[in-house]
Design a protein around this ligand. Sequence first.
Ligand code: FPP
Length: 246
Amino acid sequence: MTAIDIDIKRLPKHIAIIMDGNGRWAKLRKQPRIFGHREGAKSVRKVVEASARLGINNLTLYAFSTENWNRPKHEVKTLMKLLVSALKRELPLMKKNNIRLNAIGHTDMMPENVQHELQEVLDETKTNTGLILTLALSYGARQEIQRAIQEISYKVKNNIISVENVDEDIINKHLYTQNLPDVDLLIRTSGEVRISNFLLWQIAYAELYFTKELWPDFDEISLHNAITDYQLRERRFGKTSEQIAE
Ligand code: FPP
């Protein structure tokens, strides 16, 4: 399958990915889990570049979930190290490809050096106008929704907004993803068929794509396959096929 099969006029505006299977990829090779994460970071680079090349506007990656804090200390520490080195290494590439970095999640929980590096890349890329690459870091969708409800409740209590005005638009504006469009295509690798607390509100109408490929094996062709599959589906948003054809 090549990019030729993709209809550039009907690209998903927002692709989100649950990058799963690094550990299993490493285990299959009798290597420590971190070997898989390192290889997974290479897939991140491939998929980011491929997305920018295609002209995708938004790519959101589940890099570290709130639940991931429960992994062995050593693995968490190495993942953080990997993140810092990837941010440092990829900054020139992001600048070259006009990519703007964005982060969602409880990023205050991240170690100081990660926050520092992250801020640097956010600042250095903030005027870029191409692909918005969002990293979900210490992210959990339920926590995001809880936080939004707290903020909205506070504003209602202080008469900043009225109860009647709390609509989808207001809720959107209080989520971490406030400036991003809804997800059109959600990809999960490694054969697991779960959402795992990722972007629960934002995937309401997303097409879901599950592949058995482990994340370190996922590359440009895999991304093209997912987009081609997405383009073969009929998105009805609750309407009938006849209404869509009108
Ligand atoms: C899931 O594989 C992957 C993660 C929890 C972390 C994702 C991190 C990366 C791809 C590396 C670096 C990230 C960036 C943004 C440069 P798993 O460990 O759950 O795999 P398993 O289910 O096979 O154990």
